[in-house]
Every structure is written in structure tokens, then in C-alpha cells.
Design a protein around this ligand. Sequence first.
Ligand SMILES: Nc1ncnc2c1ncn2[C@@H]1O[C@H](COP(=O)(O)OP(=O)(O)O)[C@@H](O)[C@H]1O
Ligand SMILES: [Mg+2]
Length: 423
Amino acid sequence: MKVLVIGSGGREHAICASFRKSEKITGLYCADGNAGIAEIAECVPIKPDNIAELAKFAEENSIDLTFVGGETPLALGIVDEFEKRGLKIVGVSGQAARLEASKSFAKDFMVRHFIPTAHYKTAESPSEAIEILESGEFGDAENPVVVKADGLAAGKGVVVAQNRREAVAAINELKNLVGETAAGKIVLEECLFGKEVSLLLFADGKNFALMPPTRDHKRIGEGDTGANTGGMGTITDSAILGAKETAKVVEEIIVPTLEGAEKDGFPIRGILFLGLMMTKTGAKLIEYNVRFGDPETQAILIRLKTDLIDICEAIISGSLENTKIEWREGSSACVVLASKGYPQKAQTGDVISGLSEAEKLEGIEIFHAGTSRGENGEIVTSGGRVLGVSATAGNLQEALNKAYQAVEKISWNGMQYRRDIGK
Ligand SMILES: Nc1ncnc2c1ncn2[C@@H]1O[C@H](COP(=O)(O)OP(=O)(O)O)[C@@H](O)[C@H]1O
Ligand SMILES: [Mg+2]
């Protein structure tokens, strides 16, 4: 089978690596890839948002299956376009992608289908948002409140304001932060407290299969301090979400979501990612993503034992119910290595050393995000998040130990990472 993966980050490297393990693969392509992906797939210089060119490439090269990494092409309707041309593709439709692409759409959907989530209100303008706050709907001036840009903002559109003054500042700043389009509407939310869990699943429109629960580490600094990033590390471990809690999430969130989406006319066929807050009164849904997370994927897929092609075919044909999906026992960890200056202004072009030594260690897979080839063929940094060092083991502590042993072999000028992933 010839497979095309769309995207260029660590997530897509992990997806490509999973496909590479399949015996059914006869050709693997990635649009547009990075230096690590180029080792295992043929990189195609087409950007993920150029849907017409991607479809043309898939047709001309007889691609049997396309897998979409990120949200932008999904929101642009890549799946609808491929299906119209009779091309097989894994990902949600443009209609279903609104669950991620519009926070107000997602919140309205949750309420319509009785899915537990934070109280919210959507404002059409900054002045309306400030009026709502001043009405006292989200408590008095000292109450925390969450301010969100409605549209896609690559993780930069949310401010957890500690009080009304901070919230008003965030509302006024939102357009500058994420642009006019994404901040066209503003969602205000009650602030929830608890531990966060990311739970991902494969869905075929009706049936679903859970992946191991994960926890992300968003802040740049140890002890969850400093600026927000795309994610500095993840772990998977069964203790993150126990069996009882999982069963409740299935009953209160997952089943109503899949049934609600089908009823509303956009069945979810692809990957669904639930951002959950485990509050004192139970799990509440913070958000949906309609694709794999980055770096969650780098910790999840190294545990996947089942052929990813079989899962993709089950998603497309609606037969997930009859597909047994197996995971490696134990836990996993992914530690992200980032460039100097990230997340403000990442320095690029630094030569990375120690990669091959680190890769030789047992249970380790290294996924590239921002890398490219330098003039002499050496691997150099080319973005903020550069590598995801992933490890699997029988338990979380072992997985973390392995990952950090591998991290110690790698270095470049100004490399930064958190030493407290999974702690
Ligand atoms: N209602 C809420 N209460 C408390 N924290 C929240 C709430 N909504 C979002 N957050 C925090 O902000 C982060 C980002 O919000 P989210 O809705 O996931 O947006 P995105 O991932 O698109 O940036 C969450 O991971 C969580 O830490
Ligand atoms: Mg989120």
C-alpha cells in the first residue's frame, strides 16, 4: 500500500514511523516532512493547506491511503475533497472539524448534547465580552475567568485570567495575539480546577477505540512555570485515568459526542482528542481536537502493537468494532528538546550531536520536529521544538529513566528541556 501523511512535525514523524512498521507498506510519502521523516519516507514539497495539489499528488501517484496530521487541512475540508475524488483518507470532515475550529460551536454542541463542560458565554465583540464580565455572570471582579479566541490559534488563543482586570486586558489583547479572524468571537468560561487529562480515540462514525490516557506539560519551565508552549513532554500511563473514571468519561462524554455528531449530520470518522479537567464533581470537557496531539502522539504510537493500516481501514469502512487494537503493556514518555529562545524567538541552524548514539538505546525512538539538513549534510535545528525523545517501558519511572538517558546523549548550543516530565 502507498500511504501519504500530511504534516511536518514530531507528530507526523511518529505517524510515519508507525506506518513504516507495517508489512503492507510499499510506499510512504510525507507532505512536507522534515529531516527525520526524510529518513523513512519520501518528502513531497506540498504544504498541508494546499488541498488541490495534495489531491492531485494522491491521484497521480496512486496513493491508497492518506492520513492527515494537523487541524488546518481538516478545517479546510481536505477529507471532503479527497472523498469526492474517491480517494481514501483518514480524518474528520470539514463539518466535524468545527468541533476544534470554533470553540463557540464546540461549546454549543456540548450543551446541546448534555456533555459536562464549564459554564460559558459567547461574545461577538470585545466590548460585548467586557459587558458580560461586568454583569457579574462570571462572579465578582476578583473571580478567575477564562478568555478564549473562538477560532484556530495554534495554542495561543486562551488566557486563564486570575481576575476581571486580567480578563479585560486579555480581551483587548486577543486580536493582536491571534489575528482578527480567530478572535472574531470571544468565548468566556467559568474557570475549572483539577488535573488535566488528554484522552484520544479512534472513531469510525459509530464505534470507537480508546488510546492510552496521556498528560501533557505545556509550560516551558519546570514546575509548570513560564510561558506556554506547544508542549514540552508527555507521558502515557494507566494511572492517569483509572478504569472507573474512564468508564464515566465514556458514558458521559464519548458516547454523547459520537451520537450527537451523528445526529447533527457530521459523524466523527478519524481521530478524536478530548481535553478533560478532572474536577471535584467529575470529568468536564475543556475542548475537542479532531486529530492527534503533538507531542501526545510521540508517546502513544510507540506503544501501538496493531498495524496502523488495519486501524485506518477499519475507520474508513466502519468496522472498528471488529478490530482488536493492542498496546504494549506499561507506560511511555516523550521529552521534548527545544531550541534556545523558544517559545519567544527560537534560534535555528545549530548542529545537533549525539543523535545516533541516543537512538541505539533500547526502547527509544526519536521523533524530529524542527530539523533540517545543513550544508554538509549534518542535522541542524530549524524550529522551536526540535526533537521528541520517546521511550516505552514496563512502568512510568523506567520509561522516564530511559528517555532521560537518551536525552543526555544529545546536545546542541542552547538546547533546553524540562527535567520534570511525568513527575
Ligand atoms: N474552563 C477552564 N478552566 C480552567 N482552565 C482552562 C479552561 N479552559 C481552558 N483552560 C486551560 O487552558 C488550556 C488551553 O485551553 P484549550 O481550550 O484547551 O485551548 P487550546 O488547546 O486550543 O489552546 C487548557 O489546557 C487548560 O489548561
Ligand atoms: Mg488544548
